[in-house]
Design a protein around this ligand. Structure first.
Ligand code: FMN
Length: 330
């Protein structure tokens, strides 16, 4: 059975990629991921805020910017909140590259194109095989238009692409008024892959204390349906590779993502719940499923349920919605 796939120009031995999470903070975990069959590992992110805070601390200590330090600290997360320092991040990339053969993808997480994106180059210099850019941006300013939001993504992407030779993936939000068109713009601007979708952790309220609560719930399987829709629509229509993220709990979700047209399916929650060796089980089940249906390679099954290839392409659009409502029985 040929489980290999191509992602951002790289040949991966399997289509299951470990997405950014604290699991990759540890070199032994990264080795385990390779042993269990992961095609690649996306490291946890370096955050723009973390980089800015280190720069602010440096300016303060060297006397260059003593005045504004307190002001900045008020708005930035504290340094200790980030579990690994910036230098340690690049050191981890170096060590991971020595320890494993699978691609190691560095992750940068921020919303501006100002200064900090130079760190993409440091990831490349440390040996990263690619960069994943996570633009986690909530457009809370109601004066900002959709086009301006798109520009923000494009600016960050272009700045990073100017700095590195290695491929760059853009981890995106689904919240664009015409996501397909936005995806086309990102691909045309040089995104080597789109990672769909960023999972937003919206604030919750504690109704006893009247406080805003930040909690992180791990994903569940039926969250795959939004990425599945857009993967299926985009397959065959843009140059960028397609990565699915959110909701993979086992082989079923991986199979669905590949059928929709993903080049890789990424997973984080499932490994946090079940442990890294679970990768092995997912891939074994994928092989059994493929064998039973006479697929010999991942390439043979990729995209066969995409909008382009299904018998009823309208099932991807309004027709499906009307049918779902009409067929509901109570
Ligand atoms: C504890 C935790 C930490 C995460 N850290 C990052 C991160 O540093 N950078 C990032 O881009 N995504 C991060 N993510 C998001 C995951 O990479 C992934 O996109 C998301 O969890 C959806 O995939 P899943 O359903 O397989 O969990 C994190 C997710 C979890 C659960």
């Amino acid at each position: 059975m040929n489980l290999s796939t191509t992602y951002m120009g790289m040949t991966l031995k399997s289509p299951l990629v470990v997405s950014a999470s604290p699991l990759s903070e540890n070199l032994d975990n990264i080795k385990q991921m390779e042993d269990a069959g992961a095609g690649a590992v996306v490291l946890f992110s370096l955050f723009e805020e973390q980089i800015r805070q280190e720069a602010a601390t440096w300016d303060y200590l060297t006397g260059a910017d003593a005045e504004s330090f307190d002001e900045r600290l008020r708005y930035l997360p504290l340094m200790d909140d980030f579990r690994i320092g910036i230098d340690a991040y690049f050191e981890l990339i170096r060590k991971a590259k020595e320890a494993v053969d699978i691609p190691i993808i560095g992750s940068l997480n921020g919303i501006t194109a100002d200064g900090w994106v130079d760190y993409a180059r440091a990831c490349e210099d440390a040996g990263a095989d690619g960069i994943e850019l996570n633009v986690f941006f909530v457009p809370a300013d109601i004066n900002q238009s959709g086009a301006e939001v798109e520009h923000r993504y494009l600016n960050v992407l272009r700045m990073v692409k100017e700095r590195v030779e290695i491929p760059v993936a853009l981890k995106v939000s689904p919240y664009f008024s015409s996501f397909g068109h936005s995806a086309k713009l990102f691909s045309a601007a040089g995104a080597d892959a789109l990672v769909m979708f960023n999972r937003f952790y919206e604030p919750d309220f504690n109704i006893d204390t009247l406080e805003i609560v930040n909690s992180l719930d791990l994903s569940v399987a039926n969250e795959i349906r939004l990425p599945l829709l857009w993967l299926g629509i985009l397959y065959g229509k843009i140059n960028a590779s397609l990565a699915a993220t959110t909701g993979v709990q086992g082989s079923t979700e991986v199979i669905k993502y590949l059928l929709a047209g993903a080049d890789v399916a990424m997973t984080a929650s499932c490994l946090l719940k079940n442990g890294i060796p679970y990768i092995y089980q997912i891939l074994a089940e994928l092989e059994v499923w493929m064998q039973a249906r006479d697929f010999h390679s991942v390439a043979e099954m990729q995209g066969i349920m995409s909008q382009m290839q299904v018998a009823e392409p309208e099932a991807y659009e309004r027709a499906n919605y009307i049918k779902a409502l009409k067929d509901y029985r109570f």
